[in-house]
Design a protein around this ligand. Structure first.
Ligand code: KIV
Ligand code: ZN
Length: 515
């Protein structure tokens, strides 16, 4: 396939792999499957579901995604190591369409200091890795890690060799977010021009956002011939994140006059995807974030409001509905029964195969409907997440909470929690009800963990909306995000803290692909 004649831009989503490398963003198998279903609904071409060799949990999650997804290609990352590639190949086996993405670093700084390998060893290993991967699938992608700081002649040599070995996609990553758009575009153009047989493969780019230019760099690569972009929902990812899918897709769509490219993305699924990823990972979306931020289509100034009311295009280049704003329909209410609940779950791509979890989720829904008249899709996602968390890891469990504050008095909180099934009670004072609640929990658990982040978000609008709380805890080099939601934010906070503690003390160990 000649890249220059092809007007399709392949969207390769790595939310479940590079996105998951954000501190504390690790996901359970069930959460990954739920996001993968939404990515398929969104219309992404490739879902990088994880790094199979990282842990047994990752392997099983990729396998579960591979069994579920029918329309997108399911991919696993693998270092250029035989065991990694075997793990990846076995994990993606059930997929209808499968890809292995193998990589090795090609910059001097990585080869000498991290890999301790010479150029010729790296070249030989890259070719070998592609050959190992071809034993599992003919859809093999090769990445030259830290391509941004690699010698261009060496890159040409490596890419030539892996194309000859059978790689179908060549990915050029800016691993450290060092590039600026014009030089990145130039590099991609130069590679496409100088690598023999470059027209036989798809050229891809993968940009990190350390200088805030991941999207701009990716688009510069596209202008210079890249026909696959690796990106994540909400720009989630290692350090400052990856290029954000929604910004890439909407730039290409809105400026079709420049890009002249099509994607398979159903843009109305962008906001629901963003909300789901935010709920599951505990990474809130900043209000002024392009496309998916709460203010992205809000006009504050009178002049702007007046202009938009008279003629929308005066200040808006996209329609809010086209990216899925307003799609958060009232889903269910107080009178909705079990069948309506089950069928809404099905529409949302949530398949619960355990009766125990389904019954408990339905009870939770009924409790919520007593407190809140309108239940939105986001509420349903949040309550299902909580149910899975409690069933999966329940060393600590919140039984009850009483918190009080009064003008000129110190706030107080009393909690009763179960630790390994045994009930403990504690009361503490604090700067506010949340602080007092966390102190009470700590006086029982004595985790000694450091609180890195506490954030509250409204899941939907209105004062009866559920508050969604994220608590990030760190201990002994491990970082986890806990989430909790409730119409009462003190209770949501307690749930989030306890969820974080459960994750912190679970035995889950994972390797990092770049180490
Ligand atoms: O940033 C990077 O280089 C990566 C590779 C594994 C593609 O994530
Ligand atoms: Zn990356």
């Amino acid at each position: 396939m000649s890249t220059s004649l092809n007007n399709q831009l392949i969207i390769f989503d790595t939310t479940l792999r590079d996105g998951e490398q954000s501190p504390g963003a690790s996901m359970t198998k069930e959460e990954k499957v739920r996001i993968a279903r939404q990515l398929e609904k969104l219309g992404v071409n490739v879902i990088e579901a994880g790094f199979a060799a990282a842990s047994l949990g990752d392997f099983e999650a990729i396998q579960a995604v591979a069994k579920t997804i029918k329309h997108s290609t399911v991919c696993s990352l693998a270092r250029a190591v035989e065991n990694d590639i075997h793990r990846a190949g076995n994990a993606i086996k059930p997929a209808k369409s499968k890809r292995i993405h193998t990589f090795i670093a090609t910059s001097k700084i990585h080869m000498e200091n991290k890999l301790r390998m010479t150029e010729s060893q790296v070249l030989e290993r890259a070719v070998q890795a592609v050959k190992w991967a071809l034993e599992f699938t003919d859809d093999v992608e090769f990445s030259a890690e830290d391509a941004v700081r690699s010698e261009i002649n060496f890159l040409v040599e490596v890419f030539d060799a892996v194309i000859q070995a059978g790689a179908k996609t060549i990915n050029v990553p800016d691993t450290v977010g060092y590039s600026i758009p014009h030089s990145w575009g130039e590099r991609i153009g130069m590679l496409i021009q100088n690598v023999p047989n470059s027209g036989k493969v798809v050229w891809s780019t993968h940009c990190h956002n350390d200088l805030g230019m991941a999207v701009a760099n990716s688009l510069a690569a596209v202008i210079n011939g890249a026909r696959q972009v690796e990106c994540t929902i909400n720009g989630l990812g290692e350090r400052a994140g990856n290029a954000s899918l929604e910004e890439i897709v909407m730039a290409v769509k809105t400026r079709r006059d420049i890009f002249k490219l099509e994607t398979t993305i159903n843009t109305e699924q962008i906001v629901p995807s963003s909300k789901l990823v935010s709920t599951i990972t505990g990474y809130p979306v900043q209000p002024n974030k392009a496309i998916v931020g709460a203010n992205a289509f809000a006009h504050e100034s009178g002049i702007h409001q007046d202009g938009v009311l008279k003629h929308r295009e005066t200040y808006e280049i996209m329609k809010a509905q086209d990216v899925g704003w307003g799609a958060n329909k009232i889903s269910l209410g107080k009178l909705s029964g079990r069948n309506a609940f089950k069928s809404r779950l099905k529409d949302l791509g949530i398949e619960i195969d355990s009766d125990e979890i389904l019954n408990a989720a339905f009870d939770r829904f009924k409790n919520l409907a007593d407190k809140k008249s309108e239940i939105f899709d986001e509420d349903i996602h949040a309550l299902v997440s909580e149910e899975y968390v409690e069933v999966a890891i329940d060393r600590y469990k919140l039984n009850s909470l009483k918190a009080s504050s009064e003008s000129n008095k110190t706030p107080k909180a009393s909690v009763v929690i179960f630790v390994d099934g045994k009930s403990y009670e504690a009361t503490s004072e604090g700067g506010g009800q949340v602080d007092a609640t966390f102190k009470s929990i700590e006086s029982i658990v004595k985790s000694d963990a450091e609180l890195l982040l506490y954030s509250v978000n409204n899941i939907t609008t209105g004062t009866d909306a559920q508050g969604e709380v994220t608590v990030r805890l760190a201990k002994g080099g491990r970082v986890v995000n806990g989430q909790g939601s409730d119409t009462d934010i003190v209770i949501a906070s307690a749930k989030a803290y306890i969820n974080a503690l459960n994750k912190l003390f679970s035995k889950l160990e994972r390797a990092h692909p770049q180490v």
